[in-house]
Write a new protein. Structure first.
Length: 220
């Protein structure tokens, strides 16, 4: 599956254009998980300590993160720990996938438009860049889920991106004008993928009045 860091790359180029250039080992851009203040466990299996953050309140201390950073040196005596400076980050939507047992539960997930623009499998998460339609000035609460659909074949995992646009409070319905809103999402699938074998992941979503989807092989 394709990588999904176009937005971070553009932002980082803007940030670094005004900085003094210095030697780096490499530039990283990836999903990962924060493990305390400043410490980022990338989906590449390496730990990065961000040294250019003055306060631990600057960014999340736990949970999933999409980060772009410059790596400057390896920590002495370590195998996979590095010192780095963060350039930009985004907190993705991250929640457990759901499995419906009734038609009512499935209907509650909604069938409002949502689109997967890009994605990858890393760190035992399905990571995606998605888009939904938002009504300007509406206070409706949107709900995004990844639905697991039990399939007939054990070597295929069927999932569906679901979007419930909710309802605005009376008198605050919005302007009637809609915009496309991009966001990152990261769903844990470790317990859904068999160990040591290749599984076909089928992802479906509803956009522009029709269902679309892709299939890709993943290995745990």
């Amino acid at each position: 599956m394709k990588r999904i860091f176009l937005y971070l790359i553009c932002a980082a180029l803007c940030l670094t254009s005004c900085k003094t250039t210095k030697d780096i080992l490499y530039r990283g851009s990836m999903f990962g998980t924060m493990q305390g203040a400043w410490n980022f466990l990338g989906d590449d299996g390496r730990t990065y300590r961000f040294t250019n953050i003055e306060s631990s309140d600057f960014m999340p201390k736990e949970g999933r993160l999409v980060a772009m950073f410059d790596v400057y040196e390896k920590v002495n005596g370590s195998d996979n720990s590095y010192l780095a400076e963060i350039l930009d980050y985004s907190v993705p939507l991250s929640k457990d996938p759901v499995t419906c047992s009734t038609k009512e539960e499935e209907a509650a997930l909604g069938d409002d438009p949502i689109r997967m623009d890009d994605g990858n499998w890393s760190g035992e998460y399905l990571n995606m860049l998605c888009t939904v339609m938002l009504e300007e000035e509406s206070n409706a609460v949107h709900e995004i889920n990844l639905q697991i659909v039990p399939g007939a074949t054990p070597d295929t995992l069927h999932v569906v991106l679901r979007h419930n646009a909710g309802e605005a409070t009376a008198g605050e319905e919005g302007t009637g004008q809609f915009i496309q809103f991009p966001f990152y999402a990261s769903f844990p699938l470790a317990d859904k993928i068999a160990e040591g074998k290749t599984t076909t992941l089928e992802i479906k979503w509803f956009w522009d009045s029709q269902w679309s989807g892709i299939c890709t092989p993943i290995t745990k």
